[in-house]
Write a protein that binds this ligand. Structure first.
Ligand SMILES: Nc1ncnc2c1ncn2[C@@H]1O[C@H](COP(=O)(O)OP(=O)(O)OP(=O)(O)O)[C@@H](O)[C@H]1O
Length: 124
């Protein structure tokens, strides 16, 4: 096992990573919302028997949304921790991080529509 995966006490570093994801899941409504959508999309993927390429695209965009949500939350918390008073730079940083979530969400919706809409239309 690489040194990078171990903390000072020799525990596996993934423990902290999962603790971070759990903390964001508990505290952030947006993250729980995106996880719920992810579960629905995965179920729809099984239902419509997606191709390998479609699965790969869906998994990439789901990862993108969850990744930007996690980073956005980390940036928000860091700003609150470092500079809790109102400041234009703090606003810029938080708004930019929120913008990243918006961009990834729009991309994922577009990919979802491109993949699922033709399948839905073929049913009716
Ligand atoms: N210290 C600050 N200085 C200036 N503007 C801020 C500051 N903190 C927050 N804001 C503004 O308020 C907005 C909302 O910030 P907040 O920290 O409440 O995040 P949020 O988007 O409500 O996230 P969440 O609801 O996930 O906690 C920011 O996007 C920013 O425009």
């Amino acid at each position: 096992m690489s040194l990078a995966l171990k903390d000072k006490k020799g525990k596996v570093g993934f423990h902290h990573a999962f603790a971070g994801i759990r903390a964001v899941f508990k505290s952030e409504w947006n993250f729980r919302f995106h996880v719920s959508i992810m579960v629905l999309v995965l179920a729809a993927g099984l239902l419509f028997e997606l191709s390998q390429l479609e699965w790969a695209l869906i998994i990439i965009v789901i990862g993108l949304v969850l990744l930007t949500e996690l980073l956005n939350t980390a940036i928000e918390k860091m700003i609150d921790y470092l500079r809790p008073e109102i400041h234009p730079d703090a606003r810029f940083i938080k708004d930019t991080a929120a913008g990243a979530v918006l961009v990834s969400s729009i991309v994922s919706v577009l990919v979802g529509v491109i993949i699922f809409l033709p399948k839905l239309l073929s049913i009716f």
